[in-house]
Design a protein around this ligand. Structure first.
Ligand SMILES: [Ca+2]
Ligand SMILES: [Ca+2]
Ligand SMILES: [Ca+2]
Length: 333
């Protein structure tokens, strides 16, 4: 179990929802558990492909998601659709479905991020594993965004806060994309965006190893700590990190389009079957661990009892002893 505890402060101008503040920003990262409220809109669209593994202790680690904007009415407001919302729940910070651009094979639509847009997709339950996030971003050559257009992933997002930014990329009028990779304005050289074309943003987010690798059109722009992130308030997540929300922030710029979001679990932290005590080997100690917990109540907050239910049937009994016995040997991690 990893423990991370860091603290740092920055003073800078930051985009915060639909306005700018000069802020002295301090953050503390730790592996203290946060109570991240489930968000009722997560399964609201057919485009949301939840891949829950029912009955598994790892169910919350799953939650693959994609959105190609094809299931919404052309011209409709994304606030309140498909799990999307304006920043802090404000409909005024929403964005509209458009057929001006599309990336989806056989599709017609994307989302138009412009002027007041500050469109958020909150997640929940992404608290471990390695995740790939990809999205295509169309930048018109005539884009005019004097303060940049922002692609953001929040490690923490809650309406009204607290928030924490772990990815922030700025598309600039001068033809470059910059990132706050690991720190605000850390001087990372920008890469060129391709005008009047779809540009690929990729992030590999390793919640177990606490790192993120951020790329633009295949060029790695930064590899840095996910929990240290960029700036904001960290109220903690299990196992060193979580994925809070995507945020598409126009900052008063003209249109930039996004399409074909995909968030996919790449590596799951698969537990070793039979290793009830978690020491990396399945042996008589595990048999004893299970035996000592025969009859305990599973699923009420006792992690040792839950671990003793090795076959996942909700009881700790001789079937679990047999399950362990059949797997004696080293774990094959
Ligand atoms: Ca599309
Ligand atoms: Ca063991
Ligand atoms: Ca059992």
């Amino acid at each position: 179990m990893k423990h991370v505890e860091l603290r740092s402060c920055h003073v800078r101008m930051i985009g915060l929802g639909a306005f700018i503040i000069a802020a002295s920003v301090c953050w503390t990262a730790s592996n203290a558990r946060a109570d991240v409220a489930p968000r009722p809109d997560e399964a609201a669209s057919l485009q949301v492909q939840e891949d829950q593994d029912e009955g598994s202790a790892n169910a919350s680690r799953r939650g693959n998601w994609s959105d190609d904007f094809e299931s919404y009415a052309n011209g409709s407001q994304m606030h309140g659709q498909g799990g999307w919302q304006g920043w802090d729940g404000s409909s005024g910070a929403g964005a509209f479905v458009t057929q001006v651009q599309n990336h989806t094979t056989g599709g017609l639509q994307s989302v138009d991020i412009r002027t007041a847009s500050d469109l958020v997709y909150p997640f929940s339950g992404h608290d471990s594993g390695v995740w790939n996030l990809t999205v295509w971003q169309y930048v018109p050559g005539i884009m005019n965004a004097p303060n940049g257009q922002y692609f953001i992933v929040q490690k923490e997002y809650n309406d009204g806060g607290p928030y924490q930014w772990s990815i922030q990329m700025q598309v600039e009028n001068d033809g470059t994309v910059h990132c706050d990779c690991g720190a605000a304005d850390n001087g990372t050289p920008g890469v060129m965006w391709i005008a009047d074309a779809w540009n690929l943003i990729e992030a590999e987010i390793d919640l177990d190893g606490d790192s993120v690798t951020l790329s633009y059109n295949g060029t790695v722009m930064g590899i840095y700590s996910w929990t240290a992130g960029v700036f904001g308030t960290d109220s903690g997540c299990p196992l060193g990190g979580c994925i809070g929300a995507i945020d598409l922030f126009a900052f008063s710029g003209t249109s930039v389009y996004y399409d074909d979001f995909e968030l996919t679990l790449k590596v799951e932290d698969v537990p070793c079957e039979g290793d009830a005590n978690g020491d990396g080997t399945v042996d008589p100690l595990d048999s004893g661990f299970v035996l000592a917990r025969f009859g305990c109540e599973v699923g009420v907050g006792d992690p040792d009892c839950d671990a003793a239910d090795q076959n996942g049937d909700g009881e700790v009994d001789p079937l679990d002893s047999g399950f362990v016995l059949a797997r004696f040997g080293p774990c094959d991690y």
